[in-house]
Design a protein around this ligand. Structure first.
Ligand code: GUN
Length: 278
């Protein structure tokens, strides 16, 4: 039976340490989250981020816009926040409504306040093996979790399923920067199972239940980034937990694996950006 990669436990440890650290500062870090529209999942994520920030002493503000807001209004707000010395971290919750260009919005965020690490400046730094202002939250959280359990990355074959800008792409680069041999799979990949069978570390970030135990190499490490509700309303991940946990040596659960680590990383990034201004 695989060992569970417990994201909640590590999150709590990280938040406790951050809380102590933040209490020692006179000034407080400030995170501003922009939420456009009424996507139910986004509202829950943003609520969780705000609660968590407040608990550890980060000042947090959520700015809500209706879904028909013009792109320019949001860009003007981002410019205002870029120039506001009391704001250290800006996050625009994705996805955005279709009429708004995600690229234009992300490009407007100052790289020094880009708490997701999604701006071209920070992505470019990451993809050229340099150090960005901060690393994207979900991949950062996954590496913290693997490190916590003493899982070696160097020289390992890491297979990333999914190539989104939020997880798959930055994850593959961060693994590459840690000297893994990286394969990225996606919706056009042929013979997915043949490739996943060769993974020492498998990271799935697709949002569909596609990974079964029979697709895994014995004793591999499985990280499940997917989270969605199935037809019965139960929370599921990309990975079939029952069959996979019999084959893998380590596995992250859904919920309680990657999700809490993404929030912990967001808090770490906020404090890192704040500390750079001191
Ligand atoms: N939507 C889902 N995950 C994320 C994330 O990590 N950052 C932002 N900005 N939006 C998201």
């Amino acid at each position: 039976m695989a060992i569970i990669l417990d994201g909640k436990k590590l999150r709590d440890k990280i938040l406790e340490d951050l809380h102590i650290k933040i209490s020692s500062y006179d000034k407080k870090p400030k995170l501003v989250v922009i939420l456009v529209g009424d996507d139910a999942a986004s509202q829950i994520y943003v609520g969780n981020k705000q609660k968590c920030a407040q608990k550890i002493g980060i000042t947090s503000e959520v700015i809500n816009y209706p879904s028909d807001t013009e792109e320019k209004i949001i860009i003007d707000k981002i410019n205002e926040l870029n120039n506001d010395g009391s704001v250290h971290a800006i996050l625009v919750q994705l996805p955005l409504p279709e009429h708004i260009s995600k690229e234009n919005i992300i490009n407007a965020i100052s790289p020094q306040k880009d708490v997701d690490g999604f701006t071209p400046y920070n992505f470019g730094k990451l993809f050229s093996g340099e150090v960005p202002c901060v690393y994207p939250c979900t991949p950062k959280g996954i590496l913290l979790l693997l490190d916590e359990y003493g899982i070696d990355i160097e020289g390992k074959h890491a297979v990333v399923v999914g190539r989104s800008n939020i997880v798959g792409r930055p994850m593959s680069q961060m693994l590459l920067n840690r000297n893994a041999t990286v394969t990225v799979c996606h919706s056009y990949t042929k013979n997915l199972a043949q490739i996943t069978k060769t993974a020492d570390i498998l990271i799935s970030a697709v949002g569909k239940n596609i990974i079964k135990g029979e697709m895994l190499k014995s004793d591999c490490v499985v990280v499940d980034v997917g989270i969605f509700k199935d037809e019965s309303g139960k929370l599921r991940g990309d990975v079939d937990f029952d069959s996979s946990s019999k084959i893998a040596s380590y596995i992250s659960p859904v919920p309680g694996g990657v999700g809490p680590m993404t929030i912990a990383s967001l808090m770490l990034n906020t404090v890192e950006l704040f500390e750079k201004t001191l």
